[in-house]
Design a protein around this ligand. Structure first.
Ligand code: SF4
Ligand code: SF4
Length: 434
């Protein structure tokens, strides 16, 4: 079994899991904010239901743990419930604690990837390049039945959902970006999404931050540890956090900017990884690190007045990535940037703040429920007649790209950095997008 943290940092301070879940008064005020409850109408798929099951588990009163397993595994960890809840009950953290208490160790392949991210990221890059080559040759689909037979259905689903197979990863682009000059204005933390799957996003963020904030530099970071954290490998998550904290300390004190909101929000929670007495020296270091972390959309929104308008932008809407909205409280900042670029063509789409069903690996594990959320999300975009939808998390970018291909091909999805880069390119008459 994976080991739970046992204690959480909540809005009321440090609490045991039991005290944290006991903050839920079962009022049900959060129910309509919960995408899985709204989609299914099932109490067990609601924040209140999940809290109740976890409380029973902690009290040792749950005869059949599989009831809790299903309810906890279908949580998107979107945090919409915590945003709606007057007591700010930390439902996503509690759900993760419940999963850790219930779950067997993750699949060996996931554990291997988690270790590669720590020990040899370059080997992971090589493996991914091979995978992308097979995908471009149309061969990866032949391997899907094998993956399913080996108990790796989520990987087969991932191959099916992810359309892009870049030839070059972000690390291949960095030498050229660095050659243009580095500075102290910001330190770019390359999240795994832009680094390995969507390098065009990382390139756009670098160029936009340079244009808006002056020259910055690459932090030489490892994975933030979110994957390990969410799949029960807390020791790996702590190891990665320590590497990143030490690197950032050696780097100076510039703001640390990440362009995947899930990653940025997780970096902000590093102090929670160090609540054990044996980790006491790391706690203030994690707090200092977290205080420096900014989401790229926050910085771009701050400089919205410097963004040029994009001619003929077409109807542009912003989709709130869950961890940006509910984890970092960023609602206005990305919209300010989108409005500066698209002007009157920038519109609010119905359900902009609802989860798209991406949620990390959720889309690959709970395909039907994820697809229902995606269908609702793309219906909102269609109702607004969107042509461009911006988002700020890798998972949303992959999920919305699939959703638009399937349900609403009139729209495209871009990271907010990419839209800003397009506007800047348009003004300069250049082209920076890959
Ligand atoms: S999580 Fe908050 S809003 Fe939801 S039932 Fe519990 S106390 Fe009420
Ligand atoms: S985190 Fe999201 S899916 Fe999970 S209970 Fe809260 S609102 Fe529902």
């Amino acid at each position: 079994m994976a080991e739970p943290l046992g204690r959480l940092l909540t809005d009321l301070g440090e609490r045991t899991d039991y005290d944290a879940v006991s903050q839920c008064s079962r009022c049900g005020y959060c129910e309509q904010a919960c995408p899985t409850y709204v989609a299914t109408g099932r109490e067990a798929y609601s924040p209140r239901g999940r809290n109740q099951l976890l409380r029973l588990m902690l009290e040792g009163k749950l005869d059949d743990p599989s009831v809790a397993e299903e309810a906890l595994s279908t949580c998107l960890l979107c945090g919409a419930c915590t945003t709606a809840c007057y007591a700010k009950v930390a439902v996503p953290d509690l759900v993760l604690e419940g999963r850790r208490a219930l779950r067997r160790r993750p699949h060996w392949l996931l554990r291997r990837v988690s270790r590669l991210l720590i020990e040899d990221p370059k080997a992971l890059s090589r493996l991914l390049k091979l995978g992308f080559l097979l995908k471009r040759l149309g061969l990866s689909r032949l391997g899907r039945p094998l993956l399913r037979a080996a108990g790796l259905s989520p990987l087969a689903a991932m191959d099916e959902h992810v359309d892009e197979a870049p030839r070059r990863l972000l690390d291949d682009e960095l030498p050229a970006l660095r050659a243009e000059g580095e500075g102290d204005a910001w330190a770019y933390f390359a999240p795994c999404g832009p680094r390995y799957l969507l390098p065009r996003v990382g390139t756009a963020t670098w160029r936009v931050l340079t244009a808006l904030k002056g020259r910055g530099r690459f932090l030489e970071n490892h994975c933030c540890g979110l994957l390990a954290h969410n799949y029960g490998e807390l020791a790996d998550a702590r190891e990665l956090a320590k590497i990143n904290i030490a690197n950032a300390e050696a780097d100076g004190d510039a703001p640390i900017v990440a362009d995947c909101s899930s990653c940025a929000a997780f970096l902000k929670t590093y102090p929670q990884l160090f609540l054990l007495p044996s980790d006491a020296p790391w706690r203030p270091r994690a707090e200092a690190f977290a205080a420096r972390v900014r989401d790229a959309s926050e910085l771009i929104g701050e400089e919205a007045d410097a963004l040029p308008a994009l001619q003929d932008a077409g109807t542009t809407c912003h989709h709130d990535s869950c961890r940006a909205l509910n984890g970092l409280g960023l609602r206005e900042e990305p919209r300010r940037a989108a409005r500066a670029i698209a002007g009157e063509s920038c519109k609010e789409m119905p359900g902009a703040d609802a989860c798209c069903g991406g949620a990390g690996a959720f889309a690959f594990v709970h395909e039907d429920l994820s697809d229902e959320l995606l269908r609702r999300k793309t219906a909102g975009a269609a109702q607004a007649q969107a042509r461009t939808v911006t988002a700020t998390s890798t998972s949303c970018l992959i999920q919305l790209a699939r959703g638009f291909r399937k349900y609403y091909p009139e729209a495209r999805v871009l990271h907010l950095s990419e839209l800003a880069a397009e506007a800047l390119d348009n003004r300069h008459g250049t082209q920076t997008r890959a």
